[in-house]
Ligand binder design. Structure first.
Ligand code: ADP
Length: 168
């Protein structure tokens, strides 16, 4: 799939239409990739996030990127892993709703971190499988729309899992 690529590194460095933030329901910042995005974007990001009044798990909201090289940030809230089938569905919704929001804003490129696989405890391999199934399905369903998707792996273990999923 030429529109689906893997990058290993810091998502805040990507020059792209939108980067996705693995946020929490408050949208007021946190640890991990959320903290890195807020630090790199600067305080105006938090000011805009305050106007959004939070976000439900599996849903997505968009802000400007401010000092980031990315034009926009799409904030989505991954499930806190509990082991139920509902987690899988909610994680899938994060990817699909982020892509639908990007498309609705006319964006043509988007980068995702490995949502829920840090503090939220989702097993990395299961999350990688759900993530790739979701984005591949979205690309098939939206074949008439040009969208470049980057799956950003922060660590080499996630990058390896992603290469396996991309090959399938
Ligand atoms: P969650 O709360 O959804 O689990 P985390 O930020 O704790 O979110 O972790 C999600 C993933 O983001 C983890 O795989 C973590 O390694 C990765 N990550 C952390 N910092 C960055 C970054 N700067 N760029 C890309 N990915 C990152």
């Amino acid at each position: 799939m030429e529109n689906l690529k893997i990058v290993q590194g810091d998502i805040t460095k990507l020059t792209i239409g939108a980067i996705v933030n693995a946020a929490n329901k408050s949208l007021l910042g946190g640890l991990g990739v959320d903290g890195a995005i807020h630090r790199a974007a600067g305080p105006k990001l938090l000011a805009e996030c305050r106007q959004l009044h939070g976000c439900e798990t599996g849903q997505a909201k968009i802000t400007n990127g401010y000092q980031l090289p990315a034009k926009y940030v799409i904030h989505t809230v991954g499930p806190i892993y509990s082991g139920s089938n509902q987690d899988d569905k909610l994680l899938r919704n994060c990817y699909l709703n982020s892509l639908n929001l990007a498309k609705s804003r006319g964006l043509h490129s988007i980068a995702f971190p490995a949502i829920s696989t840090g503090a939220y405890g989702f097993p990395a391999s299961r999350a990688a499988h759900i993530a790739f199934a979701a984005v591949k399905n979205w690309l098939e369903q939206n074949a008439d729309y040009q969208m470049k998707i980057i799956m950003c792996a922060f660590d080499s273990k996630t990058a390896q899992l992603y290469r396996q999923e991309l090959a399938e």
